[in-house]
Design a protein around this ligand. Structure first.
Ligand code: HEM
Length: 451
């Protein structure tokens, strides 16, 4: 049977769909889905991109039928540049092995263990702030999330290196994963310096840990990596230990930091929501440092996190290499090509979310539960590579915003600022808030007691 031709989005000669893709890519993908359905092609100079999106695509991804996609080929240039393996770039048995190790550290039942150090990290970052301190939120969140994972998982201080790690990974993501900048960026001195500093930071950390002695009682992630063995009894290789350690900084600051910036913006911009969240925050911190239960009890804040994940998905679109051909919505998708799964299209469809461009935490109340409709909510993706740290990420973002609200009661600066975003820019890969600043208004002391 002859299959239909995959429809192509209308565009201009030569530049195709470049303008709407630069101006407002999310809206362009959503509108094109509404016009053409869940499978279509878009054109940019020199490239035709196949997009699979909407609830149909999310459901397809969540059904483990046969192995249509390969992450190995998708991420090959990126991990080759970094000389690592992360779970996300592996397929099959090797992927399952890596995923199992990640679950040891990132699964939701581990969250309790990290709460104190994650709050301590925020106290450390904020220790020299004065009332009226002006803070660039994008950098602040990157610094906070990097400090948190360094302290919680590795028991180390990353303050002298977090910018290097960021420049290193961000440049490699843009040049070697998404191809939105030239690979020449990987030859520039700024990048090479950041790369060398990151590599020596992690290698030194590992070497010092070996010298200091590995803790077997209450070990952190690095201790565990150094003492553990695979199912066949083999210890982890040096490359594996390095990869899992760097993997932390790949998985967290690029996603949780950006999402926490948007969460902070939406809360501070909306007085009614701000007031409700502050009531929860004051209750959670009433007796000092909150525990996991206190954090989980902040219902409105949790809904705000979910609404932020819906409206500002860090992973709106994921590249995938087609390993085996498949039929989808009456079309044939051939193997041997890269396609893009637009997970986030569903997040903006009015059939799931009335007034989809309005930030509305009530969507998650027990009566509405709009995100529970099949394929409607996909911030952490679906299927074999679904985010291992999803629950931890939600708790981490609640912790960051609640703690900052409690200790410094910030306001947007200037108060009339309205959110500007960029998807790919010189400074960042992925959806990022631009020129967003906050100013601190108080200093509430908070002390984490030693465990
Ligand atoms: C807002 C925060 C986060 C978002 C939106 C997010 C989203 C995602 C997405 C979409 C993927 C799938 C990538 C792909 O298949 O190509 C993924 C994978 C992954 N995420 Fe997250 N993530 C977040 C935070 C975290 C955190 C805090 C951790 C760990 C502490 C984490 C650990 C991982 C790991 C290990 C994978 C690879 C899973 C695999 O391939 O088996 N993520 N994440």
């Amino acid at each position: 049977m002859t299959k239909k031709e995959i429809p192509i989005a209308k565009g201009l000669p030569l530049i195709g769909n470049t303008i709407p893709l630069i101006k407002n890519p999310y809206q362009f993908f959503v509108k094109t889905y509404q016009q053409l359905g869940p499978l279509y092609k878009v054109c940019v100079p020199g490239r035709v991109l196949t997009i699979l999106g909407g609830p149909e695509a999310n459901i397809f991804l969540s059904q483990k039928k046969i192995d249509y996609f390969s992450n190995y080929k998708t991420y090959a240039d990126f991990v080759q540049e970094l000389d690592v393996n992360f779970a996300v770039n592996l397929d099959g048995e090797e992927h399952r092995r890596y995923r199992k190790i990640n679950e040891l550290f990132y699964s939701p039942n581990k969250a309790d263990k990290y709460v104190n150090s994650m709050i301590q990290a925020i106290i450390d970052v904020s220790k020299n702030w004065h009332i009226g301190q002006r803070l660039a939120v994008d950098d602040l969140m990157r610094r906070v999330t990097s400090t948190q994972v360094a302290l919680a998982f590795l028991n180390c201080d990353v303050s002298d290196y977090y910018q290097d790690i960021y420049v290193y990974l961000d440049t490699a993501i843009k040049a070697a994963l998404f191809g939105v900048t030239s690979k020449r960026e990987l030859k520039k001195i700024k990048y090479i310096k950041a790369k060398n500093r990151t590599i020596s930071f992690i290698n030194n950390l590992i070497e010092e840990r070996k010298k200091r002695g590995i803790k077997t009682e209450n070990p952190d992630m690095l201790d565990t990596l150094l003492i553990m063995a695979h199912d066949d009894g083999q210890a982890l290789t040096e490359k594996e230990i390095f990869s899992f350690t760097l993997g932390l900084f790949f998985a967290v600051p690029g996603t949780a930091a950006k999402t926490a910036s948007f969460l902070m913006y939406e809360i501070l911009k909306n007085p009614e929501l701000h007031e409700k969240v502050m009531t929860e925050v004051d209750a959670a911190f009433a007796k000092g440092i909150p525990n996991l239960e206190n954090i989980k009890n902040m219902k409105v804040l949790r809904w705000a996190v979910m609404e932020t994940l819906r409206m500002y998905p860090a992973a709106f679109i994921l590249p995938r290499y087609v390993k085996n051909p498949f039929d989808f919505a009456g079309y044939r998708v051939e193997s041997g090509q890269l396609i893009y799964i637009a997970l986030g299209i569903s997040h903006f469809l009015p059939q799931f979310y009335p007034e989809p461009y309005t930030f509305d935490v009530e969507r998650y109340t027990p009566l509405r539960q709009e995100h529970k409709q099949p394929g409607a909510f996909a911030p952490f993706s679906f299927g074999e590579h679904t985010c291992t740290g999803a629950r931890l990420a939600e708790i981490q973002m609640m912790l960051i915003v609640a703690t900052l609200l409690y200790i410094v009661n910030p306001e947007i600066d200037p108060p009339n600022y309205t959110l500007k975003t960029t998807l790919f820019s010189k400074k960042s890969a992925g959806l990022t808030a631009v020129d967003f600043y906050i100013k601190t208004r108080s200093r509430n002391p908070l002390v984490v007691s030693a465990q």
